[in-house]
Design a protein around this ligand. Structure first.
Ligand code: 6PG
Length: 212
């Protein structure tokens, strides 16, 4: 093994409960934070202090409650610089730690599912979905009228472990469609690890549309 655990965290609201659990002493004291390299799978182009920032959510739920070496925490700085430059810089940060030959291989990437089938900040109809050489891209999301920065599909699909965390009745409709078959209109359906594990952790409310 490579002597560390590299994880890319998901944003949004669902994973906050997981991060809070990991921050609980019952778990946090059992995790090797000194050997854990924390990254973000995507970020909004807002200040780190913004309630919309994925860094802000993780800081409140987890980082402010655990002792992890600051050099092991790699925020995706989405503000204060050109989004394209921020994406390039983050790719360099990832490579400085994971030292890949081509695509970095995260030990774990956590993902969420949007009601439109997006995951990370890979949104339907964006050019980010077709990116096969860059590791991190800035993408303008017209519906949100804002830029996002995200890991690209080749990086996500190169992870050893991928876990989707999906909760809420509002995901009932999109989930079965995403699980049915790969579809360019549904970025989450394109998460197909090349040589890794894919798991879906779904609550009852979100699973309501599945034939289980
Ligand atoms: C983000 C996330 C995004 C999220 C989904 C689901 O930056 O918003 O990375 O992909 O995971 O939008 O969000 P919820 O889990 O809050 O529904």
């Amino acid at each position: 093994m490579h002597g560390y655990f590299a994880v890319a965290l998901s944003g949004g609201s669902t994973p906050a409960a997981l991060y809070a659990l990991l921050a609980d002493n019952a778990y946090s004291c059992r995790l090797p934070w000194d050997k854990t390299q924390l990254f973000w799978g995507d970020e909004r182009c807002v200040p780190k202090q913004s309630p919309n920032s994925n860094y802000h959510m993780v800081h409140n739920a987890l980082l402010s409650k655990i002792s992890i070496p600051s050099e092991n925490v790699h925020p995706l700085v989405g503000q204060d610089q050109d989004p394209l430059q921020a994406a390039t810089q983050y790719a360099s940060t990832i490579c400085s730690v994971l030292k890949p030959e081509k695509y970095p291989r995260f030990d774990l990437i956590l993902l969420g599912l949007g009601i439109d089938g997006h995951t990370a900040s890979l949104f339907p109809g964006t050019t980010a979905l077709a990116e096969t050489s860059k590791l991190v891209v800035a993408t303008y999301v017209d519906r949100l009228k804002s830029y996002r920065i995200t890991l690209t599909l080749p990086v996500i699909n190169n992870a050893r472990n991928l876990i989707f965390l999906v909760s809420g009745a509002n995901k009932q409709e999109i989930l079965p469609t995403v699980l049915a078959a790969p579809n360019m209109a549904l970025p989450a359906s394109l998460i197909l690890p090349t040589n890794g594990n894919l798991e879906w952790i779904v609550d009852e409310a979100a699973a309501g549309g599945l034939n289980l």
